[in-house]
Design a protein around this ligand. Structure first.
Ligand code: URA
Length: 206
């Protein structure tokens, strides 16, 4: 038996591993709950696990994940500086789009991840994550490129990395602009904290 009590995030991960709230449970190899730092300042939200993620139980381990790591590297961050999650924790068969009943069944897990990790910035990757958080039925092409206030923190929507893999340099360039917005927010928050060590209590990071 471990001599330390499991964290709330570990308890939630365990709960998700036995989830049967929707039909995807019958088809999955692994629940892909999330990975990265439980104290990250930035949390990424993708769409749903693909084949590789389902096999390994870890989000963004395939080609899209490699591009995500590259974009993180370009703003001076590593995979482990972030926390990475998805709207759905189980793979839709054949990588089809998430269905609304599946999103509904899964969304409390994402809400709990956001509450427990409490990042300064949330970056949504693609339409499903962006629509779920911003509750606006507008496509990512129109929503990206801006910073949105979101529950006392910042939300920066961008394309899904798979779109950049398909769409080439233009989509990738837009994603780089959006990642630069994230860098700016983190820098501003760090500068504010340095100028005023009580900044954390002023709610900059909450
Ligand atoms: N695409 C996603 O949206 N999430 C993953 O984990 C992998 C690919």
């Amino acid at each position: 038996m471990s001599d330390t009590a499991p964290s709330a995030l570990e308890t939630l991960t365990l709960k998700a591993s036995g989830c049967t709230a929707c039909g995807l449970a019958a088809e999955r190899t692994n629940v892909v709950f999330g990975s990265g730092s439980p104290t990250a300042d930035i949390l990424f939200i993708g769409e749903a696990p693909g084949f590789n993620e389902d096999q390994q139980g870890v989000p963004f381990v395939g080609a899209a994940g490699k591009l995500l790591d590259r974009l993180l590297g370009e703003i001076g961050l590593e995979h482990d500086d972030a926390y990475i999650a998805n709207v759905l924790k189980c793979r839709p068969p054949g990588n089809r789009d998430p269905r609304s009943d599946e999103i509904e069944a899964c969304k409390d897990f994402l809400a709990d991840q956001l509450r427990l990790i409490d990042p300064a910035v949330v970056m949504t990757l693609g339409n499903f994550a962006t629509k779920l958080l911003l509750k606006r039925d507008v496509g990512i092409t129109r929503l990206r490129g801006q910073v949105y206030p979101w529950w006392n923190r910042y939300l920066v929507p961008t394309f899904h990395p798979a779109a950049a893999l398909r769409g080439g340099a233009t989509v990738l360039g837009h994603m780089q602009e959006d990642f630069a917005l994230v860098r700016g927010i983190l820098d501003d928050a760090a500068a504010a904290e340095q100028a005023d060590p009580d900044a954390e209590q002023l709610g900059l990071f909450s």
